[in-house]
Design a protein around this ligand. Structure first.
Ligand code: RB5
Length: 160
């Protein structure tokens, strides 16, 4: 699988371990930083990863910040991105089975390394169940399309 990974300064040390784990599991990793512990703004990193997922250049993304929350909020601004913070085996599993989550957001401050490794493996190996869950995920995509259709293109005159 092609997977983009990004972290802010709070997630920096975890990020390296996540990249190593993904490579060890045989995945192709696009490492979107951050590459040091100097403070950065999490929306910049979330955008770099979410854009790749949104455009279909990678199948999945993993984002790490202090809580996993800011990354999630920013990533969900991109069409086709379904991002959520997961915090245990069950949320990692259900985020795939029911929500077809394509961006996993992790807290560097609240989750231990072993739990993170386990959650990532569960999240990568659990299929989307489809069926009634596909109908619901499709409804989310429709909300996004309807909203985007209302926004005038840059070069279109506005109606008012
Ligand atoms: C950075 O200080 C912190 O706000 C960030 O890592 C994250 O927790 C935001 O949601």
């Amino acid at each position: 699988m092609r997977i983009a990974v990004g972290a802010d300064h709070r997630g920096f040390s975890i990020r390296n371990k996540v990249v190593e784990l993904l490579k060890r599991l045989g995945h192709e990793v696009l490492d979107m930083g951050v590459f040091g512990e100097d403070p950065v703004d999490y929306p910049d990193i979330a955008a770099a990863v979410a854009r790749l997922v949104s455009d279909g250049q990678v199948e999945r993304g993993i984002l790490i910040c202090g809580t996993g929350l800011g990354m999630c909020i920013a990533a969900n601004k991109f069409p086709n991105v379904r991002a959520a913070p997961c915090h245990d085996d069950l949320t990692a599993e259900m985020s795939r089975r029911h929500n077809d989550l394509n961006v996993l957001c992790l807290s560097a401050d609240m989750l231990g390394e072993r739990l993170i490794d386990r959650m990532i493996e569960i999240w990568l190996n659990t299929p989307f169940e489809g069926g009634r869950h596909a109908r619901r995920v499709d409804k989310i995509a429709r909300l996004e399309r309807e909203y985007l259709a209302q926004i005038p293109k840059d070069n279109e005159p506005s109606q008012s």
